[in-house]
Design a protein around this ligand. Sequence first.
Ligand SMILES: *Cc1c(COP(=O)(O)O)cnc(C)c1O
Length: 399
Amino acid sequence: MKVPFLDLSRQYAGIKDEVEKVTAEVLQSCAYVGGSYVANFEKDMAAYLGCKHVISCANGTDALVLCLRACGIGPGDEVITTPFTFFATAEAIALVGAKPVFVDVRPDDCNIDPEKIEAAITPRCKAILPVHIFGFPAEMDKINALAQKHGLKVIEDAAQAIGSDYKGKKIGNTENLASFSFYPTKNLGAAGDAGMVTTNDDRLATILLALREHGAAKNGAKARELLTGVADEFALESADKKVDNLYNPYKYYNYLIGYNSRLDALQAAILRIKLKQLEGYTAAREKVAARYTVALRGILAVPTACAYGRACFHQYVVKTEQKEALGEFLAARGIGSGAFYPVPLHLQKAFSYLGHKKGDLPVAEKLAEQTVCLPIFPELFEEEADAVIQAIKDFFKTA
Ligand SMILES: *Cc1c(COP(=O)(O)O)cnc(C)c1O
């Protein structure tokens, strides 16, 4: 039996009518960027996560850049992060002019090892950027305590963790900043690129709103005041006057150098439909994961139980010394698999200027040689999961 690594068409089939109806509505409305579809999505998402502010944006990489800028991070600063993640995590740090400082991960959940963070903190360090990799929450209590002790900000890369919990609270319901991606293959996927930042911090939310739209208008003026401590009387007065004419000068006053990182109405409308299904999607992923774990435990290294709450199983990752051979064996049977992440970030060519060499971060390097991601998505059939299990059993000749 052929088993796809991921098949988005099955999910689309389940929501096709609703999506096509709302898509036509958005096109008719001619309000394509921002507007009520975006506002409603942000509202529903805030309710889902239980958090105060949802700032949607263009994609998950922008979400990270916006978070870093909102924390005032730039050239000369260092940000501690994990080498075992998608490239964008550290790319965003470099994009704002700061230096990524990689700290090795734990072999069990593949997340940054809190015990190794303190040794990497220098006077230039401004923030810790953990990633909830594969949907497994990082050990936030320890990371937050270290940040507090050293006066650092915490930015959580939650691109893979929508629907995960940390100690009973949804990832994203945080005083920190959390960034998310709605890239189509993520657990909540748009029909294109999309992302968001969440926080319970009013000050950071205002700055984020300003940065995502050219540091302009009322949000820009408020954000500038928060960042500089100096109020712009004209700006704040005209904000209250609500100048509505065509040539509203207020809209064209810019207070910060920001970005164009708004969310499209089409994406917001589609994401809002899928958000209603997200708990069901996550439960279905958990079921697939449980099926794999029961059958494969003892044959190869399966994911350890989530230590701090709920994992949304963005990926189901097994570890084996025979990674390449297993991947090829599965492929020969028509079974898709992935190998996230084959190159730890400190060994990426793009980061060669940091001067790392093989052996610097041995746990991440070992994981990169061992991890195989099995097909997992809400619509995967039981027979398909069983075919994957049987193939792995056959590979290891266990039964
Ligand atoms: C997907 C992803 C991103 C980037 O998100 P985009 O929407 O593709 O820009 C960042 N970090 C992690 C961990 C991701 O998985």
